[in-house]
Design a protein. Structure first.
Length: 306
């Protein structure tokens, strides 16, 4: 009973990293920009957050540093793909490679560093409930923030005028421009906002989820987050559920090992990535369904007419 509660708690924590990054990429893609640089952005943000907490001892300042790092890299990506009209896919891949290399170089001095001890988080009264308290109410506040963000983005995109404008920029930028909306500025704002969420995901990974820094510690989570947006058909709540699902697959390997299941560790480690491929293969069987839900101008450059 207690082990199942711990498994659920671990699933939510692991899914939070994916949920934050996927929600950030969702904002990008709703505005029509594909960001393939999430992996590199998360690595730089993970280093920035970890190094900041090492020197300040404050987790929230570390989260802010991670968001700042993600926002700066996203701004660079936005300038290149929105104003200079560089290829979104090639630019995103270049950013991912840059982030991996830069974080490895800059983080050499923090490999052996350790973070100060922190108090455990728990919601009063609720954390004492049998099973539910362990599974749901002893999480870090950022876990609950990811849930609030998913509902907030659902409300923003489908219940507000600003959200409608962002979606129109991703669906028909020429029409939005004809109505007087600054398409490029809106896309840049969306890219930076999404990059900041990717930065928060990276900082949460290095500061809370695995409180350490090692080279390449994001380990493909940026790519899984990118696949999650398609898996969720660009819907915030589906992104959240999908992130928890993939988080559960990630933690399943450790649970099976703790139960003494005789399965090669390499096979268990590859489970999240196999699940990603299987899900994308199943979704791709119905391209019409993807085309209906995908923003029409996704990945396409915008050339304003005078």
């Amino acid at each position: 009973m207690e082990q199942s509660a711990l498994l659920v708690a671990s699933m939510l924590a692991a899914g939070t990293v994916l949920a934050l990054a996927s929600l950030g990429l969702l904002i990008n893609e709703k505005a029509g920009v594909v960001n393939l640089g999430a992996e590199g952005m998360m690595l730089c943000a993970a280093l920035a957050g970890f190094a900041t907490v090492v020197h300040t001892g404050n987790d929230w300042i570390g989260f802010a540093a991670g968001m700042l790092a993600g926002g700066v890299l996203a701004a660079a990506l936005g300038y290149l793909v929105i104003w200079l009209n560089t290829n979104q896919f090639a630019t995103g891949l270049a950013l991912s490679l840059f982030g991996a290399g830069f974080s490895a170089f800059a983080g050499t001095g923090y490999v052996q560093a350790s973070l100060p001890a922190r108090a455990q988080h728990a919601l009063p009264l609720l954390s004492d409930l049998p099973w539910l308290g362990t599974a749901l109410f002893r999480q870090h506040p950022v876990v609950y923030l990811s849930v609030a963000l998913a509902f907030g983005l659902l409300w923003f995109f489908y219940r507000t005028r600003a959200g409608l404008i962002v979606r129109s920029v991703g669906e028909a930028p020429e029409s939005a421009h004809a109505l007087g909306y600054p398409v490029r500025r809106i896309r840049l704002a969306a890219v930076i906002a999404g990059g900041m969420l990717c930065g928060l995901a990276g900082a949460f990974l290095s500061v809370i989820y695995t409180p350490l820094w090692v080279e390449g510690m994001v380990a493909g989570k940026g790519w899984i987050a990118l696949a999650l947006t398609t898996f969720a058909t660009w819907r915030p709540l589906r992104v959240l559920l999908g992130a928890w699902l993939f988080g559960g697959v990630t933690m399943l390997q450790f649970w099976l090992q703790s139960q003494g299941v005789q399965v090669p560790s390499q096979l268990l480690t590859m489970l999240p990535y196999v699940a990603t491929i299987v899900v994308l293969a199943l979704i791709s069987r119905n391209p019409t369904w993807i085309r209906i839900n995908m923003p029409a101008a996704l990945g396409k450059p915008f050339h304003p007419r005078a």
